[in-house]
Design a protein around this ligand. Structure first.
Ligand SMILES: O=C(O)C(=O)C[C@H](O)C(=O)CO
Ligand code: ZN
Length: 279
């Protein structure tokens, strides 16, 4: 059984009047990772779905959900899964893919049966899921850590030294609109995505991981001249509409998984704003 909720889109003008509770309710996803459940949030931002599958006692099948009005989940969608837990396995129409910690699997449209399992129930797999509508069917592909395209950005001096692992990305995997990857902040560095950017062509979500239990990440969103913040704990995700910047500063270093979909597959298509330009 798949649990899901629907989040309707909020516009940039409405957002300006939001206080803390409204921002958290509309954009922060706090309870995605629940043992023996698949939990999904169907957003009306590019119809992007964010979720998680945590199989512990048995396998979990990704069944269709009512908002799709589709015979099976991937009838008209593509899916990216990044495992943030212990070793796991994904079976796609009978084909088995071993997906280890921080490895990714892309599953194209047209695959009818997707099943998630853990290799060891004492250290369950935790699959973070992103899905977007798909107009074509592309092959299933696993992306291991050493297959990612790596970018080293930032510096110690500006506290934003980080390694970007582009995993489900144009040039590595054929997708319709989905892009996913993982950014690791180096010890002593806390700022992600600085200088900040917006990409009106695509929405994006961030899942913060490796955040120590007594620490947090302050995530910034909103239009560049009208920003707000959301305090994030480990394994919480946050939605960034096309009109919003998305950047964060941690009270310690951390990792995050970014996933996006929309108009193009160009990772570098960003409108950047320097620290002195934002408000
Ligand atoms: O630290 C960064 O910079 C990022 O990881 C940026 C994200 O990948 C992103 O926002 C892509 O649009
Ligand atoms: Zn972005």
């Amino acid at each position: 059984m798949v649990d899901y909720e629907v989040k309707y889109a909020v516009g940039h003008n409405e957002f300006k009047g939001f206080g803390t509770d409204a921002i958290r309710e509309h954009f922060q996803l706090t309870d995605l990772f629940v043992e023996d459940k698949i939990k999904l949030v169907y957003t009306h931002y590019d119809r992007f779905i964010v979720g998680a599958a945590v199989p512990v006692k048995g396998a979990l099948e990704l069944e269709s959900i009512d908002p799709l009005k589709a015979p099976y989940f991937l009838a008209r969608r593509e899916l990216g899964a990044i495992n943030v837990g212990g070793a796991g396995r994904v079976t796609v129409d009978g084909e088995v893919y071993e997906v280890g910690h921080k490895e990714a699997l892309y599953i194209g449209a047209g695959n009818e049966k997707v099943v998630f399992e853990s290799a060891d129930e004492t250290r369950p797999a935790e699959f973070y899921l992103n899905s977007a509508p798909a107009h074509a069917q592309y092959p299933v592909k696993k992306v291991g850590r050493d297959q990612a395209k790596v970018l080293e950005l930032g510096s110690k001096e500006t506290c934003n030294e980080r390694v970007i692992n582009q995993m489900i990305i144009n040039g590595i995997v054929d997708t319709c609109q989905l892009q996913m990857g993982m950014t690791c902040l180096q010890p002593g560095s806390i700022w992600n995505t600085m200088p900040v950017h917006q990409h009106d062509r695509r929405m994006e979500t961030y899942l913060y991981i490796d955040v120590p239990e007594d620490q947090a990440v302050c995530h910034f969103m909103g239009e560049p001249k009208e920003t707000r913040h959301v305090w994030m704990a480990n394994k919480q995700a946050v939605i960034s509409p096309a009109w919003s910047i998305h950047s964060g500063a941690g009270t310690a270093n951390y990792t995050f998984i970014w996933g996006m979909a929309g108009e193009n597959l160009d990772y570098d298509d960003m409108d950047k704003y320097g620290p002195a330009e934002i408000r």
